[in-house]
Design a protein around this ligand. Structure first.
Ligand code: MN
Length: 200
């Protein structure tokens, strides 16, 4: 059972004008597709074959660099496509909003923290909102294709929202202006999905 590149629930142009169709198409087919096929090549014939991606990532320190980079890339993009959508944005409600307000003071303060974290991640990586084992929230970032499920990550927990800040995620439309891309991201966040991840 090889890992499969998931189909998106929306078309490549559905996130326009915030994320352009060309970036979406290349990002999904070439970048995510590449991580998926290289992950399969890295686990083929090893005792990792047939294991879940979460299981593999939780012990990633024991595996090869290829498994770490491509396993992270496979998982991270799976999450990324799910937490975005057309006709989205706004703010969360219910338990998730309450947890955000408890941790950060307000939704706006949470966004400011997340924006700063995403903008100051040096080089390539991801910004995350994670649910920790005690149920509370935390914002942080990881380098390259690492993520908070990995035993090698300083930031630990279940990622419920992730933002790809690799240049391949925004350069065609935003060039060097990463903060403008981060700002646009909020218009496509699907809070219903993030809330489901928060509930587990
Ligand atoms: Mn990416």
């Amino acid at each position: 059972m090889a890992f499969e590149l998931p189909k998106l629930n929306y078309s490549y142009d559905a996130l326009e004008p915030y994320i352009d169709a060309k970036t979406m198409e290349i990002h999904h087919t070439k970048h995510h597709g590449g991580y998926t096929s290289k992950l399969n090549a890295a686990v083929e014939g090893t005792d990792l074959e047939g294991k879940s991606i979460e299981d593999i990532l939780s012990n990633v320190s024991k595996h090869s660099t290829a498994v770490r980079n491509n396993g992270g890339g496979f998982f991270n993009h799976n999450l990324f496509w799910k937490v975005m959508g057309p006709n989205a944005g706004g703010k969360p409600t219910g338990d998730l909003l309450a947890a955000i307000e408890k941790k950060f003071g307000s939704f706006d303060e949470f966004k400011e923290t997340f924006n700063n974290t995403a903008a100051t991640r040096f080089g390539s990586g991801w910004a995350w909102l994670v649910k920790k084992d005690d149920g509370t929230l935390e914002v942080g970032s990881t380098a390259n294709q690492d993520n908070p499920l990995m035993d090698v990550s300083d930031l630990k927990g279940t990622p419920i929202l992730g933002l790809d800040v690799w240049e391949h995620a925004y350069y065609l439309k935003y060039q060097n202006k990463r903060p403008e891309y981060i700002d646009a991201f909020w218009s496509v966040v699907n809070w219903d999905v993030v809330s489901k991840f928060f509930k587990g």
